[in-house]
Design a protein around this ligand. Structure first.
Ligand code: ADP
Ligand code: ZN
Length: 517
């Protein structure tokens, strides 16, 4: 095995888990491989065909991704092709049937369209494994569900004795179980690698939409460019991507742009130029994703809160693949959080809607967090975490201390409760600030005992306090269409019940920079 590793890949040792997984596949065992981007998952399905001299069939979602892989593998002397719907398909198909490939890539659509006669001929010449890359796409609980993936179970019935290998970089427990059952895996060998990318620094900043912030961002990026650091700026909309792209060009920073509304050829050109370091900055939507095999990306900036922590982890994980210290900043603005409904439009069922919403709320909590971000991410992905502070995220490195804010928290929660559950955060904050707006007078909230009691603090100050109380579970934010309403959750009610006017039990929160500024 080591000689194959050296001969074809030029590596002298295996990375963690690789050898074990290859062994299991060679034993004929189904495998589920959940390992971080860049940890070397592909090798697990690329080795067995070279050892067994049988073909590995690899299902992959993107043609461009397959093309890249095929090219690199061919350069290494591995007989590889991808079976697409293009003219070459029948040639590739018959070559495959006669066992001429080590690795044969295809999309899930193609895999389902191939006749059973193809599969039986392939079985005769020998299939050593069927790998399903980006396997989370099979799950409705995942962040990237694709209906074609669901149909792959048909292959199981035809390829009874072929080991199935599901690979993904991000899967919560629920998604893992879903992959196993959807692919009808039998007693699979499950590998969950560490999600901890120790070389990545995680940080979050909040901003108010508009030009002063974009200028600030551009200035920040220009520093990265000066030190020749490859940077991806992920935007949540095409409009934002274009805007930031143009702002960079305006100040003379060479940059590329990549999003779904550009023609294919322009996108590919952007991608190539970025890989070749013709420019250091790529401004993109999440359409710029799978298949970016650039090891030396130093910064990934998210401009706007991503739709889930799964996608955040995957997108931010594209930096520092070479193990060198790299940085992931997330910039959010509170108005990002009314986009939940936009993401839910993809939902086909109430369950799916809830799944999308839960993922989004988790991403929002990540933004509001005042404790270690790495710990939060690891907890989210179900990895047991032995530390409280990683020392390499903004919350761990800032000298900010938690302060007892029991009185302020009491005022805010009591005021929210008195306003009733149907308002967003603005109403109770305006009440505390003593506003005499028509809305407040109409609702007679100026008569509430809390009216004006929080004048000394700014609107933003109260909002950031609320953010922290949301993350800590005292307050609950609900979404209905584009409206958010805030109410006191069970934990908050318990706190309120132990409060008296002259005494509140201690409640520690961090004073964030936003609260000081
Ligand atoms: P993943 O599919 O998990 O995102 P890849 O398979 O693309 O990761 O591998 C990431 C990088 O690690 C690639 O550049 C690959 O060549 C390299 N790599 C994989 N296995 C080894 C190994 N055993 N030793 C050294 N480098 C490796
Ligand atoms: Zn930390």
């Amino acid at each position: 095995m080591e000689s194959v590793l050296k001969k074809y890949f030029g590596f002298s040792t295996f990375r963690p888990y690789q050898k074990e997984i290859v062994d299991k596949i060679l034993d004929g065992r189904d495998c589920l491989v959940v390992m971080a981007t860049g940890s070397g998952k592909s090798l697990c399905y690329q080795m067995p065909p070279l050892i067994t001299k049988k073909t590995a069939v690899v299902i992959s979602p993107l043609i461009s991704l397959m093309q890249d892989q095929v090219m690199t593998l061919k350069e290494r002397g591995i007989k590889t092709e991808h079976l697409s719907s293009a003219q070459s398909a029948s040639r590739v198909q018959s070559a495959a049937e006669s066992g001429q490939y080590d690795i044969l890539y295809m999309t899930p659509e193609k895999a389902c369209l191939l006749p059973s006669s193809f599969w039986s001929r392939m079985l005769k010449t020998g299939i050593c494994l069927l790998a399903v890359d980006e396997a989370h796409c099979i799950s409705e609980w995942g962040h990237n569900f694709r209906i074609e993936y669901k149909k792959l179970d048909k292959l199981r019935d035809m390829l009874l004795d072929v080991p199935f290998v599901g690979l993904t970089a991000t899967a919560t427990e629920k998604v893992r179980l879903d992959i196993i059952s959807s692919l009808k895996m039998r007693d699979p060998h499950v590998t969950v690698g560490s999600f901890d990318r120790k070389n990545l620094f995680y940080g979050v900043k909040s901003f108010n939409h508009g030009s002063p912030f974009v200028d600030e961002l551009v200035e920040e990026i220009s520093k990265y460019v000066e030190s020749a650091c490859s940077t991806i700026v992920y935007c949540t909309t095409v409009k934002d991507a274009e805007h930031i792209f143009k702002s960079l060009l305006k100040v003379g920073i060479k940059a590329g742009v990549y999003h779904g509304q550009m023609p294919n050829c322009a996108r590919e050109e952007s991608h190539r130029s970025f890989i070749r370091d013709e420019y250091y900055v790529m401004v993109a939507t999440i359409a710029f994703g799978m298949g970016i095999d650039k090891p030396d990306i130093r910064y990934v900036i998210h401009y706007g809160c991503p739709k889930s922590l799964e996608s955040y982890y995957q997108e931010s994980g594209r930096c520092g693949r070479d193990g060198v210290a790299s940085v992931c900043w997330l910039y959010y603005t509170r108005s990002d959080f009314i986009k939940a409904d936009f993401y839910c439009r993809e939902a086909n069922s109430a369950d799916q809607r809830k799944a999308i919403m839960d993922s989004f709320v988790a991403a929002q909590h990540y933004c509001f967090l005042t404790t270690c971000r790495r710990k939060f991410l690891l907890d989210y992905f179900g990895q047991i975490c032995t530390f409280d502070k990683c020392g390499n995220c903004d919350n761990c490195t800032s000298s900010r201390k938690e302060t007892d804010m029991s009185r302020e928290a009491f005022l805010l929660m009591a005021c929210i409760r008195s306003c009733g559950g149907q308002w967003g955060l603005n109403m109770p904050v305006d009440v505390l600030r003593g506003s005499q707006s028509k809305k407040i007078l109409d609702a007679q909230f100026d008569k509430l005992p809390f009216h004006g009691l929080g004048k000394e603090m700014t609107v933003n100050w109260w909002k950031f306090l609320a953010n922290q109380l949301i993350v800590k579970g005292y307050l609950v934010e609900k979404y209905a269409d584009v409206y958010r309403s805030i109410s006191v959750g069970p934990k908050g009610l318990q706190f309120l019940s132990s409060c008296r006017p002259d005494y509140q039990p201690p409640l520690y929160v961090a004073v964030t920079s936003e609260m000081i500024g």
